[in-house]
Design a protein around this ligand. Sequence first.
Ligand code: KIV
Length: 300
Amino acid sequence: MSVHPSSGPLFTVPLGASVHELPQRPGPFFGIMPAGPRVTIRDLAAAKTAHVTWPMITAYDALTARVFDEAGIPVILVGDSAAMVVYGYDSTIPVTVDELLPLVRGVSRGATRSLIVGDLPFGSYQASPAQALDTAARFMKEGGAHAVKVEGGASVLPQVEAMVAAGIPVMGHLGLTPQSVNQFGGYRVQGRGEAGQVLVNDAKALEAAGAFAIVLEVVPADLAREVTAALSIPTIGIGAGAECDAQVLVWQDLAGLTPGRPAKFVRQYANLTGVLTDAVSAWGADVVSGAYPSEENSYS
Ligand code: KIV
């Protein structure tokens, strides 16, 4: 269990460590959430009060959701990062509700204990509170999500208020909000200088509007610390330093499946690209040589 702000992350596995060197898994939810049937937003609020740090991870299908659920990750985000890691787009902007909903359905079927958060895609909530309500309701009714996430500060407050009033738990997202990448002119650190105070104000306004947690993406660690101290709801950092109440990563990034140089905030705990390449190459070679299938893979 990681207790912030003084202690380090729960697992620190050097890049390239073999599976045998990985530490033993602790009990359900690392002992930081009740072992009840399903993690709730009340459990996350209690974790903030108790000063315990928790992990959130992305998932996009039933099998990985099941693995992450059984590994004890309390919150799973079906991120609109699916745009890139599932659909191969070059940003999150093109992905649609109809593309994300089946992924949310798969994840919610695969995970039995984790809280499932569905990320509302670009263009599915900004127009009006009514549009946000309609999309969020689909994510919950058709996808089985327990909560939704939206990007933005002051501009989405009416949407957050309307969804919360309708009984929908809403997670906010500030800082480097990828749906606004064209406005930012690229993926760059947000909240430096005077923009920091705007972000603090947005975070407070999201809390007042009823958000139950806020993702802080790629902002200076000092600013994330200030926001975390100013709020009574949890902050979830990604590239926001160590003093947020929780941390989130895209699973393909931490497992070494994303191609290219990882972002500074990513720590790779495995090399899945290597593992899969080796496995598929070995199988392919066995097919070519006739070593696969053998008798034990065949039916009499
Ligand atoms: O879409 C996503 O995966 C996200 C996380 C990186 C926070 O928004």
